[in-house]
Design a protein around this ligand. Structure first.
Ligand SMILES: [Ca+2]
Ligand SMILES: [Ca+2]
Ligand SMILES: [Ca+2]
Length: 820
């Protein structure tokens, strides 16, 4: 009896130890710390995005499937903004035996180096900051170790600091002080994110709480994180006091005059015992036509065993009853990055009706099977998103003004300068204008680039091309928009007798032709001159004061006649000549002249004249300069045409078919055959059957290009690329993708479109109808993400004018295939 008791205690201890071991954070083969429900990443993603602090870097925590914590690094601000300096990671060492990751960071502007060593300690990680040299004097009291928490996952949740209770605020309402600008650490390239209104002082948020032991989300086990430090004070800040895209920040100032291990934190993210992520049943939210293949892709936690035979399609009858329409075994596709995938094929169901999918305990929202489900997929984009992005117009919708008329004072010649939106003005302006001289006539036509309000000339050329293509291929007569160039007024949902696409072509061409006429060639961009209005959120009509900048006046002073001000807010035209851009403009002018003839003959003639002049001059310049490649043009084209070249080349060939003979079409057959194999290859590449991008900007443009080419390959070669293939991209866009199953197109996807997008109204946690999100952003080494409660990450949620007009072509071509 005695022996037996000892034995069972021993066994119990052994079991306890085994369970305990499973609870530990361990450094895995992918070089991050892992336990069930918790991933701690240490600079798997470093601060090297295109736009400074993209809130995607440093020490990050993926907590029960959601990346809720990032920005863990030595930073120079309590609540870093996008253009505050970010550290360059100069070294990263992973020691599997010791269970540590060590990262070396450098701020070259301050010759300041630091190291962060992260070590697994049971359920927690220890984060230690090491300095070989003391903090530079200029950063004393400023540099600290920070960790940032996603507001939308933490607001309204409770916290404790040294036992004191609090609740994290839904909206930023903490307190600030101001300090002299001389004390502000330098921002990116010396730009300033703020307009100090002549005070010479910047805003510094005060902490909400300070102490040594902080538990965040004590009321939510899935978000609970405890941080403690004996050697440093923890300060909790609200980054939204300075910028709407700020996060909650926990920060400890690095001590001055010290070297060695200067700050030590213990960070313990809670793990719900035995947590398994709920299955994500990917399906098309807009539904399915009766004849099309219908396959749901179910994304499963790697610890979630496949439930054989448990997927059903349920039918919601009009008498309020529910019935099983179809049941089948799911088929295993296998692992793809961190999850496991199975498929549920319910193509056999063809009866029109309202259905939902049930897998185990998980059920989806409902969707339709009906032959008309695709009928309206482009309407929100053409009727709402595009007109709202018309620049230099007042845009009204019902009772609401989307924006007043922007940039009434026009555009100034940019002086030699660097820029915050990846542009540059060289020493040569290549124009007759002096730096900061008004270039007349540019404030007409054109489309806002994206979530910002500049005119990217390359993108605007794409937009006009996309609309011309839409017009010539589909001749859409849809008229839901009133456009008056004379009144500079746009009214949504008010037909005016002119097809809207024609008016959009005219609007884009007006700005491009004005550039050619006034500047003599194409500007690379018409953009903000100061960073503090580049990040403007709200009415585009109030970005600038509408008054001409007059440097003889003091800042904020207005001239007696009320027409000029001393506020340097006027937009700039970046005019360094790029003959390749001029050639692209010349091409689009020729097409625009063709389309606009008979509608706006004057503009058609001007476009034709500029096309001929630009082409002649550009060709001369290119031969004179014997340019090989303009690196800037290369960079631009990377953004615009980042898709696989096979798609681009084939699309160009397919577009020529209507102008060529039958022999040409037959000659393309082997290429289309190869393309058909390429299309099928995605069934093996990933569970969703489309090209999935892994870049820092999610891949919807490449997916749309792929989709357009599949559609046209089917239209011209239905025997090689079958009709079933055209639904791949639609399924992906409208909900069959990783992370969640919401439609990436705002308001399209009848039951569950995404709810927040990165548009110019993002601060309202809203969307502009018809916007297309970039989609699934890949975070190294194995995480896909698309936030639907936090709009501010452009790489996953920002619609662009070029991408959204490309969507119109995709949607129009899909409708054409389906209707035939
Ligand atoms: Ca831009
Ligand atoms: Ca119209
Ligand atoms: Ca102004």
């Amino acid at each position: 009896m005695y022996m037996k008791k000892i034995l069972s205690v021993f066994v119990l201890l052994a079991i306890a130890t085994a369970v305990h071991a499973q609870d530990q954070l361990r450094l895995n083969d992918l070089e991050y710390f892992e336990r069930q429900g918790v991933n701690v990443l240490v600079f798997s993603n470093s601060f090297n995005g295109g736009f400074n602090d993209e809130k995607n870097s440093g020490i990050e925590i993926i907590h029960h499937g959601v990346r809720t914590v990032q920005g863990g690094a030595v930073r120079l601000n309590n609540t870093p903004e996008q253009w505050d300096l970010v550290p360059l990671m100069t070294d990263r060492k992973v020691d599997a035996a010791k269970g540590t990751i060590e990262v070396t960071m450098r701020y070259a502007d301050y010759d300041f180096d630091s190291r962060v060593v992260v070590t697994a300690k049971g359920k927690a990680v220890e984060i230690a900051v090491w300095l070989d040299k003391p903090v530079p004097d200029a950063l004393a009291g400023e540099a600290g170790f920070n960790l940032e928490f996603l507001p939308s996952q933490y607001w309204l949740k409770t916290y404790t600091m040294d036992g004191r209770l609090g609740r994290l605020p839904r909206y930023a309402t903490s307190q600030t002080i101001t300090r002299p600008n001389s004390e502000k650490p330098r921002q990116f390239k010396g730009f300033r994110t703020y307009d100090d209104r002549g005070t010479g002082r910047f805003i510094d948020p005060l902490p909400i709480e300070t102490g040594h032991r902080l538990s965040l989300a004590t009321d939510d086990p899935s978000r609970l994180v405890t941080i403690s430090s004996d050697d440093a004070e923890l300060r909790l800040f609200d980054g939204r006091m300075l910028a709407q895209n700020g996060w909650f920040v926990v920060s400890s100032v690095l001590p001055t005059g010290k070297t060695g291990k200067v700050v030590t934190w213990t960070v313990e993210p809670n793990a719900i015992p035995g947590w398994i992520r709920e299955p994500n049943i990917g399906f098309s939210q807009i539904g399915y036509t009766p004849e099309q293949p219908k396959v749901a892709v179910i994304e499963l936690d790697k610890n979630d065993p496949v439930q054989a035979g448990s997927a059903s399609l349920m039918r919601l009858n009009s008498d309020g009853t529910t019935a099983v329409a179809y049941t089948a075994d799911v088929k295993t596709w296998g692992p793809y990055f961190k999850y496991n995938y199975v498929k549920f094929d319910f193509s056999a169901v063809r009866e029109p009706g309202v259905y939902y999918i049930q897998y185990g305990k998980t059920r989806t929202n409902d969707c339709l099977i009906d032959e008309h489900v695709y009928d309206k997929i482009t309407d929100a984009t053409t009727d709402v998103w595009v007109p709202i992005h018309m620049n230099h117009m007042y845009v009204n919708e019902g009772y609401r003004t989307w924006h007043g008329e922007p940039f009434k004072e026009g555009y100034l010649q940019a002086p030699e300068s660097d820029h915050f939106d990846l542009h540059r003005q060289g020493a040569q302006t290549d124009t007759k204008y002096k730096p900061l001289e008004l270039i007349p006539g540019l404030n007409i036509g054109g489309f806002f680039d994206a979530g910002d309000f500049d005119i990217e000339t390359g993108s605007n050329i794409n937009v006009v091309q996309n609309f011309i293509r839409t017009w010539e291929l589909f001749k859409p007569q849809r008229d839901e928009t009133f456009v008056s160039q004379q009144q500079r007024y746009v009214d949504l949902h008010r037909p005016d007798g002119v097809p809207d696409v024609l008016q959009f072509i005219e609007h884009g061409t007006l700005n491009l032709v004005a550039q050619a006429e006034q500047i003599g060639h194409m500007a690379s961009t018409l953009s903000n001159s100061v960073l503090d209005n580049y990040h403007h959120l709200g009415d585009a009509g109030s970005i600038t004061d509408g008054l001409h900048y007059d440097p003889t006046l003091r800042p904020y002073e207005v001239s007696a006649d009320g027409r000029r001000s001393g506020t340097p807010d006027d937009m700039w035209a970046f005019t360094t000549r790029n003959p390749r851009l001029d050639l692209r403009a010349a091409d689009v002018f020729v097409s625009a002249a063709r389309v606009l003839k008979g509608y706006n003959d004057d503009l058609a003639e001007r476009a034709q004249r500029q096309a001929e002049r630009l082409r002649k001059e550009a060709e001369e310049l290119l031969s004179q300069r014997s340019l090989n490649r303009d690196p800037q043009a290369d960079a631009e084209e990377f953004w615009l045409f980042g898709e696989a070249s096979i798609v681009h080349k084939l699309q160009t060939a397919l577009d020529s078919i209507p102008m060529k003979d039958e022999a040409y079409r037959q000659g393309l057959r082997p290429t289309v055959q190869k393309f058909a194999e390429y299309v099928k290859s995605f069934d093996k590449d990933n569970p969703y059957g489309v090209p999935i991008g892994l870049g820092n900007w999610a891949g919807v443009n490449a997916v749309l290009n792929f989709g357009i080419t599949v559609n046209y390959a089917h239209i011209y070669f239905p025997d090689i690329v079958g009709k079933d293939e055209v639904y791949r991209v639609a399924n992906w866009l409208y909900g069959c993708h990783p992370y969640h199953n919401y439609s990436f197109v705002a308001v399209v996807g009848a039951a569950r479109p995404k709810q927040v997008f990165y548009g110019n109204n993002r601060a309202d946690f809203s969307f502009i109808p018809g916007n297309v999100a970039p989609g699934l952003l890949f975070r190294k080494p194995d995480h896909f993400e698309n936030f639907d409660d936090w709009p501010f990450l452009w790489g996953q949620n920002e619609g662009t004018i070029a991408g959204n007009t490309q969507y119109i072509i995709f949607g129009s071509s899909l409708k054409k295939v389906i209707s035939e």
